[in-house]
Structures are given as C-alpha cells and as structure tokens.
Design a protein around this ligand. Structure first.
Ligand code: SUG
Length: 423
C-alpha cells in the first residue's frame, strides 16, 4: 500500500557555519560560529524518532563524503586527497569551505518527487536537484543520485539525473495536493523571479522541465511565482513560507506574488482544498522566517487528522505561539502540534521540513537499508556518539585531522548500515 515516507538527511560530521548561502538569514547571522556536529546529528535522529512515534514511516539518507575532493580536482587542485584539500584550503578558503559543507542534510533539496498517481506512466518519478545557484550545494547531485538510485531501484520508480541548467532546488519549491496521498494530485511548482536583493534559487524553466520529465498532466500542474517580498525577507525556498499535505495548504498570506490567483486555480482543480493563509497582522513575514513556523512537517496521522511537526523556535516566538494556540483550538484540519529541537540545523536555515524528502510509495518497494526503526536508530546514534566531531570552529576546516575524522566517521556509519557500497 502506498503511503507517505519521510526520508531525513542524517546530519554529516562536517556540519559547520561558513555562511555560504546568500539570502539565507540564519546562515549569514551565524557566520563563524562554532558548530556541534554530534549534537546536530542526534537532534536530527530525535526528530526522526518523534515522527515514528506519531506512527509515520521514516527513512533516511546517509551523508556524502566530505571534503568533496572530486569537485576540488575539477576546479584544478591536483594530487592526493590530502594534497588537493591542502592546496584548496590555502588558495581559496571559501571554495574549500564549500567543499566541506554538510548541506546535503536538507533533503527537501535532494530531488522533486511526483507520486505514481500523478504521472503518465504510473511510476513515482524523482528528479535529482542540481542546486546550481549555490556553489557549496552544486556538488551534492552526484552523490545524491547514486544514493537515490540505490534506494529507489525498484521498477515502481523512475529516477532522473539533475537538470543540466536552470536553478532547481527540488521539493522545497514543490507542493502536491490531493484528496489523499494515493489519489491523483495537483502539483504546484513555485519559482522565483530575479531582481531582488537575494538570488531567486528556483527558476520557472527548471520547474517546467521537471514537470515534462515526470509526465505530469499540464491541466493539473500549476506554476506559481514566489512573492519577491518573501524572497527579500529571507524566504530563499518556498517551504520557508508554505507547506501542503493532502488537501491542505498552510501558508503565509504573502508567500506568493498572486495569492488570489493561486487560490482560484487550486480550488478549481481540487474543490476540496483548504487554504489556511496566515495574515501578516497575526504573524509578520519576519516572525515567520525567524520562527520557521511554515517549515514544519504537516502530516496525516494514521488514526486520522493532521499534525504539525514544528521547530521549538516556533513556540518561543509569542506571536507565533498565540497563532498556533488559536489554530489548534479552531475546528480546522490541523489538530495537533509536535515541537522538535533541531537548533543546529536551524542555525543554518534548515528547519524540520528542510531535513526531509517526502516520497509517496509502498515501503516494500524501497531498499530496506534506508528505512528506519528503533533498533537502527540506536545503532546510528551509537556511531554518531562515538565518531562525530563534537565541535567545529571555523579555523578547524583547514585541518587535515578534521578531514580524516569526517571520512572515518562516515565510513563507520556506512559499515553499520551495510551501505559500504556507497563508499
Ligand atoms: O540551501 N543552508 C541551506 C538551508 C536549506 C534549507 N532547505 C529548505 N528550505 N528546504 C541552504 O541555504 C547553509 C550552509 C552554510 O552557510 O554553511 C546552507 O546551505
């Protein structure tokens, strides 16, 4: 039976704060801070356990190898792995920090997923995101594709490589609405238009190409412009200001350039759609972005009804907390709130929803090595506890000791998960 599976990125051992993402206010404001990779990964695992505790099916991605020496070689640094890294760290510390990034943890940017009921050949299609607009993320696609092909090798899936051009940042800019997960859906692709102070990271042409590749019905596909005000306020991905689940959209009223047009198109295609648009007078864009209210996971509980899995920061903001109290007290579709602590990821602009990729599929068609249960979570936590660096200060990035530490930690994880073939 098909259901929604959330695949979270296990936070990699090189997690650090190098302020690499222009337009991502959290990343910029934590420039030069000391990171805590071990805590970060444990926080991510605790979130996965919380989702399993709600009765949801949970999967994961393992982190790729860092530093990304293959990419540094392509950029002209020769020699052995250590020589490549030392030369890059000396010649261009920014490029070297880009090669050390643990940004693949945010698997909402790994791929765009169109579930089987929406596609012309009845398979679930996944397009790897090229993340072409951000150098530190542009080298994620190669390892992501290898992993996705392993996870979804079953004929129920079709995997497409990253687009050769046009900025594509995956599911973070895509929403699927349907009466239920296994019913035909309306797919909504959200893109940005250049011209503001920050880059528009998702291009309309990329979204159109993904929709073509996936064999979506053009009559049930919407391309919606992100509001320039939202991008300028720090909503570098749509999932910072909107989230959807089944027939419900939970969004900020300023998320889209033309919210009325979006609502009209959506309700024409899916009359049962419910749009909860939070007014700026209740929660300003600044409060939404600071608290990551909308970067929550909106999920259907096995017993029925929907819950929001929110960052703890949303409870700490008094205006957001007051809004949430009123939301669950109203007789709407969202009935429960679950707060999770993912502070290390949040400080780089990644909330609960950034850390997960949703795939609607029969779990029996997924490589079981990528599905989580309590015993496997224990095993991963043991490896993280023993091998992940406790802290990384900016000056540590150039240290060969850290490079070796990161590689060995990942290798231990791959062995523990019987995934050494990804080595
Ligand atoms: O791409 N941060 C990520 C956060 C991604 C959040 N994902 C979603 N919204 N779905 C980004 O901006 C920061 C890395 C640094 O600064 O070192 C970073 O890449």
């Amino acid at each position: 039976m098909s259901l929604e599976i959330n695949f979270d990125g296990i936070i990699g051992p090189s997690h650090n704060y190098a302020a690499l993402s222009l337009g991502n206010l959290a990343s910029a404001s934590n420039a030069g801070s000391v990171s805590r990779p071990r805590d970060a990964a444990l926080q991510g695992l605790a979130k996965m356990r919380a989702a399993m505790g709600l009765g949801l099916v949970q999967g994961f991605f393992v982190p790729p190898d860092r530093p990304t020496t293959g990419w540094l070689r392509q950029l002209g640094f020769p020699g052995s792995d250590d020589e490549v890294c030392a030369a890059a760290a000396r010649a261009d510390p920014v490029v070297f920090a880009q090669a050390m990034s643990a940004s693949s943890m945010w698997t909402a940017n790994a791929a765009t997923v169109s579930p089987a009921p929406d596609t012309s050949d009845g398979r679930c299609h996944l397009s790897i995101a090229n993340l072409a607009r951000m150098p530190h993320r542009s080298h994620e696609a190669t390892a992501t594709e290898r992993q996705v092909r392993l996870m979804f090798g079953h004929p129920a899936f079709a995997v497409h490589p990253a687009l050769p051009t046009f900025g594509d940042e995956g599911a973070a800019n895509h929403m699927r609405l349907a009466a239920s997960h296994d019913a035909p859906g309306v797919e909504v692709f959200v893109y940005g238009v250049e011209g503001g102070p920050f880059p528009a990271r998702q291009s309309r042409r990329a979204s159109e190409a993904v929709a073509r590749r996936h064999g979506l019905d053009p009559a049930r596909t919407l391309f919606v412009e992100q509001s320039p005000a939202a991008i300028a306020a720090g909503a570098f991905h749509n999932d910072v200001v909107a989230v959807a689940n089944e027939a419900v959209v939970f969004m900020h009223e300023l998320a889209f350039a033309d919210p009325a047009g979006f609502a009209a198109d959506l309700t024409r295609l899916l009359p049962e759609a419910t749009i909860i648009a939070v007014p700026a007078v209740a929660v300003s864009l600044a409060d939404a972005i600071e608290s990551y209210l909308f970067n929550s996971q909106l999920v259907t509980l096995p017993a029925g009804g929907m819950a929001l899995i929110l960052p703890a920061e949303a409870r700490a903001n008094p205006r957001v907390a007051a809004y949430l109290d009123a939301l669950v007290a109203s007789n709407g579709p969202i009935r429960a709130l679950q707060f999770v602590e993912v502070r290390e990821s949040m400080r780089n602009g990644g909330g609960p929803a950034c850390l997960r990729l949703r795939v609607v599929a029969d779990p029996a068609t997924v490589d079981p090595r990528f599905l989580l249960d309590a015993a496997k979570a224990d095993r991963i936590e043991r490896v993280v506890g023993e091998h992940w660096p406790e802290v990384i200060a900016p000056a540590d990035l150039a240290s060969p000791g850290l490079w070796h530490h990161c590689r060995q930690a990942r290798a231990k994880l791959l062995v523990a998960l019987d995934l050494s073939e990804l080595g």
